[in-house]
Design a protein. Structure first.
Length: 405
């Protein structure tokens, strides 16, 4: 009999053309090959309470009046709270709605494991229930980065350490995150597995035939929020256009800083070279990545992994990324791409100018980059590693019950 997995997440695409990140959905589809998977996600004004999505049973829990259910989705829970503090009022209702939904589902179906994406709030909720109801199945928590590095004060670290220590297994998406868990949260490294989220590098994020790659085209893809560093990329363009006047920068994405940066581009008289296309579905991204020579990931601070770098390399772009520990899992400086000092628009401009003027270097980095990510981040391999870990956790619990009985 197939084992049953309950997946907890705070973001899940609402339709085929939705702009929400797809990695939870794509991982769940990989797990479906070996398990029966139910996904529990927040309800939103334009979603159904329960539906079948690509063969997955998706249940969406309500936590407030429907028009006001705006804590999740968009820029994400943490960013929504940072820039719209009034949404903190929704947090208690969100957690309560999540708790009630988990209790209802686990009473209705006997799951063999619960897989919680994010420590906060999914991990907190399910570990709280695990302490109250001993019959809950084993819990696996995957941290994607923002949840691990946020709330880094004394009590925040204590809460994250406590929640993760009570999980049956911990997954992080980069080696930098594992190091943070060990050094900052004092967690045992043998309990932590590093498994990145995957990318479809076989059929989706591949160079598109028939699309001509622009020799002077640069692209940014991501949320337009402070930590993504788009402001530094725009400033770098002031230096790049002096040497490469034919350059074009396309910024794809949306976020709370978009309007401000659009105005900054106008004020700096860069609107001839820089354009904003807004948010875009994952289906359309490969076309724009395939048409660009260089993709820039100018993030600063803490990153979980930086899947956009993987997607861009899959499409044949040369990636220029900030020298962050997590991004070093993707970009090997001078081998599969170039790294730049974070928040340094002068260094970024210098690297962009170098690539725009050296076609041979771009070709070498592009080939090596695609080969590297294909070997490490393809969904088939990622899915197999998750399946093996969940199987191990379930078997360990069953052996423990048998031994105790």
């Amino acid at each position: 009999m197939r084992k049953k997995i309950l997946v907890l997440t705070s973001t899940f695409p609402k339709s085929g053309d939705d702009l929400q990140p797809e990695f939870v959905k794509l991982l769940s589809l990989q797990l479906r090959e070996n398990f029966d998977v139910t996904v529990l996600a927040p309800h939103a004004p334009d979603t159904r309470a329960e539906e079948i999505v690509s063969g997955l049973n998706v249940v969406r829990f309500r936590y407030f009046f429907t028009p006001c259910q705006t804590l999740a989705y968009g820029s994400g829970i943490l960013t929504n709270l940072k820039y719209q503090p009034v949404k903190w009022l929704l947090v208690p209702f969100f957690i309560l709605g999540l708790l009630v939904a988990i209790i209802r589902l686990t009473r209705k179906v006997r799951y063999d494991a619960i897989h919680a994406h994010w420590i906060i709030p999914q991990g907190i909720a399910v570990i709280g229930l695990k302490l109250l109801f001993r019959q809950l199945p084993p819990v696996v928590i995957t941290s994607h980065g923002s949840d691990l590095f946020a709330f880094d004060g004394r009590w925040g670290r204590w809460l994250k350490r406590y929640v993760l220590s009570k999980a049956d297994a911990i997954i992080v998406v980069s080696s930098a995150m594992k190091m943070h868990c060990v050094t900052s949260l004092n967690l045992a490294q043998e309990k932590i597995d590093v498994i990145p989220m995957g990318v479809d590098l076989d059929s989706t994020f591949v160079p598109r035939p028939g699309i001509k790659r622009g020799d002077k085209d640069i692209v940014f893809v991501g949320r337009i929020v402070e930590k993504k560093g788009v402001q530094y990329l725009i400033r770098a363009m002031l230096e790049v256009i002096k040497v490469e006047p034919g350059v074009k920068l396309t910024i794809i994405g949306d976020g709370l800083m978009k309007q401000r940066l659009e105005q900054e581009v106008v004020d700096l008289q860069l609107d001839r070279w820089v354009r904003f296309l807004g948010a875009m579905s994952n289906k359309r991204l490969p076309e724009h990545l395939s048409a660009s020579k260089i993709a820039v990931v100018p993030s600063f601070g803490h990153e979980g992994l930086g899947l956009v770098a993987v997607e861009a390399m899959g499409c044949g772009c040369v990636v220029v990324a900030s020298d962050l520990p997590a991004l070093r899992d993707v970009v090997i400086d001078g081998v599969t791409g170039l790294l730049v000092r974070q928040r340094d628009h002068h260094d970024l401009a210098e690297k962009l100018i170098r690539l725009l003027s050296d076609d041979m270097l771009c070709r070498e980095l592009s080939i090596a980059g695609r080969k590297s990510v294909s070997e490490k981040f393809d969904w088939k391999d990622v899915g197999q590693r998750y399946t093996a870990l969940l199987t191990r956790v379930i078997e360990n619990r069953n052996h423990g019950i048998a031994a105790g009985g």
